[in-house]
Design a protein. Structure first.
Length: 544
């Protein structure tokens, strides 16, 4: 697979505007010392001029000696030319900046100042009862901050160079997406301004029609939007804090909720969530089958348990991930944690639906899930899935669900520190840890899984892309449920990156990462040499 060239291809991008602005900057920077040096030469010996020179070291020590031996007339001409060139360049630049891509020089600072202050992992809540539109399909429907983002791009390409979709040759390159939106906005700016003026004049009058055509499809292709892993790598890389995730999900919301256009395979996913409360569509009554024979307490048995262990759909229904769930439940019991499960009453929290743009389904499921927590009197929740963690911690508060949410590595680290769990360093295998996007970039949980792994005696290695620059496994943003071209699989690229460290074990802390990376190892026929294990499975192997 030709991943490397694709990964880099979006960085090189040149335009005549860039050369004009760079020329202006070059002239401004170089003409100043020439003008100052000419003054120092022509007025040498006059009172105060030596002191002035002390404040102009470049002019005084580099340019002045070059001009000192020249005829006074030439020096005066050089100084005059430098003065005009300097000031004209400043004027050209100031006039040109608001009209061209270098507008970012003005907008990037406010863009950083007005960055999102809500939790990074919380998508915006749509007001489904009062909304007249259900997603973003026209250029004037973007928020003022999203428009500020469009003007603030420096076109550096860092976003695209970190994007797993770009790296695997998919049609999405975040910088291009933003520039396409910005160019369309420039082309329709007069109409957008006229609409805003009309709205002000009309007050509460009828909503004027949207500006321009529907951009989703003609300007931003459906495939571009469906290629996104909603992983935030682009945002982390951006020097001016441009936000992509909300824009992409807003346009997906239009596709799903207004246009009913989405990959065919998602029909089954949405139906499974609606009817069986899990994206696989497996019988809801099987949700607690993983616990057979383990004696795991249920909320019905222990209504006053301190913690609810919320397993989530992958940990409850997927055969490989059920093993992780069982290992973690055994650890909880070994440490004497006072916990219980909702068992068959547990409901999906709807995370996948929200990232796929099906906000209506998400809100319905989230509210039902919160109701099930509240009915059971839940206050503290343990999870071993970063997607569930992010949704319950950061998004449930939008619907009144406020709980203390603890992730598995954090809890296990506490249990070890309290001496409730003995973890002798017996694992000893060369282990590379893959950061999940939703513990990592969205919630900045990097250290606890590594600390816990180190306690097991694992020889922890790092991939060249790790922590905030880690790469998605390919499952995020609901892409777990979307077919992927065999030549463009993100999981294969991520597996290849892990294999560069020659590991015996790839450690994960997410059930989706488990599926994607173990599939990657299978595809490379390395199952005999490299194991894919959840951090909690590794702890369970050595814990006493
Ligand atoms: S969120 Fe991830 S997949 Fe989507 S554009 Fe950004 S880097 Fe690419
Ligand atoms: S990283 Fe930020 S500034 Fe650079 S191209 Fe991407 S969006 Fe623009």
């Amino acid at each position: 697979m030709g991943f490397a060239p694709a990964e880099n291809r979006q960085r090189a991008h040149h335009h005549w505007e860039a050369y004009l602005i760079l020329s202006c900057i070059g002239i401004i920077v170089s003409s100043g010392p020439v003008y100052d040096a000419s003054r120092l030469v022509l007025h040498a010996g006059e009172p105060g001029i030596a002191g002035e020179g002390a404040w102009e070291p470049l002019s005084n020590h580099v340019v002045r000696p070059l001009l000192a031996g020249m005829a006074p007339g030439f020096v005066a001409t050089a100084g005059g030319v430098a003065w005009w060139a300097h000031n004209l360049s400043v004027l050209v630049m100031l006039n040109f900046l608001p009209l061209a891509k270098h507008f970012h020089v003005i907008t990037s600072l406010p863009n950083v100042f007005f960055r999102k202050l809500e939790p990074l992992g919380a998508l915006s809540k749509q007001d489904l009862e009062n909304a007249t539109t259900f997603g973003t399909s026209h250029i004037d429907q973007f928020t003022w901050k999203q428009v500020l983002d469009m003007f603030s791009c420096t076109e550096c390409g860092r976003c695209s160079s970190q994007c797993p979709a770009t790296a695997t040759g998919k049609p999405l390159a975040p910088r291009q997406l933003l520039l396409d939106l910005r160019d369309y906005l420039y082309a329709h700016q007069d109409e957008v301004i006229a609409k805003r003026v009309r709205q002000r004049a009309d007050g509460d009058g009828a909503e004027p029609p949207e500006v321009g055509e529907n951009i989703v499809g003609p300007v931003i292709a459906d495939e571009v939007l469906w290629s996104c892993n909603v992983c935030r790598a682009c945002e982390e890389a951006c020097p001016v804090m441009i936000e992509y995730v909300d824009k992409i999900v807003d346009m997906r919301r239009h596709l799903v909720q207004e246009a009913a256009r989405f990959p065919n395979e998602l029909t089954r996913t949405f139906k499974g969530m609606e009817t069986q409360s899990n994206p696989w569509g497996l019988g809801a009554e099987k949700r607690f089958d993983w616990a057979q024979g383990l004696g795991v307490p249920t909320i019905a048995d222990k209504p006053n348990a301190e913690y609810l262990y919320y397993v989530g759909c992958a940990g409850a229904f997927d055969d490989r991930n059920k093993k992780t769930t069982q290992a973690f439940a055994r650890l909880l019991e070994k440490a004497g944690v006072d916990f219980a499960c909702l068992a068959k009453e547990e409901l999906c929290n709807g995370e996948t639906a929200r990232r796929l743009g099906n906000e209506y389904l998400y809100q319905t499921m989230a509210q039902a899930c919160i109701e099930s927590f509240d009915t059971a009197g839940v206050k503290k929740v343990i999870v071993n899935c970063p997607h569930c963690f992010n949704t319950i911690k950061n998004e449930f508060p939008q619907f009144g669900g406020r709980y203390q949410v603890v992730h598995a590595a954090e809890l296990v680290a506490q249990l070890i520190a309290q001496g409730r769990l003995q973890v002798p360093p017996g694992f000893g295998k060369k282990t590379v840890y893959h950061d999940s996007c939703y513990y990592g970039r969205f919630n900045e949980i990097y250290d606890e899984p590594r600390t816990v792994l180190a306690r097991t005696g694992a020889q922890v290695q790092e991939m060249r892309r790790h922590k905030q620059f880690g790469m998605c496994c390919g499952a995020g943003g609901g892409r777990m449920w979307i077919e992927e071209d065999p030549d463009k699989r993100v999981n294969l690229l991520r597996t290849a990156q892990a294999l560069e460290t020659n590991p015996e074990v790839i450690a994960v802390s997410c059930p989706f990462c488990m599926t994607m990376l173990s599939d990657g190892i299978k595809a490379k026929e390395l199952e005999d040499k490299v194991q894919t294990l959840d951090v909690m499975e590794i702890v369970a192997k050595v814990a006493t």
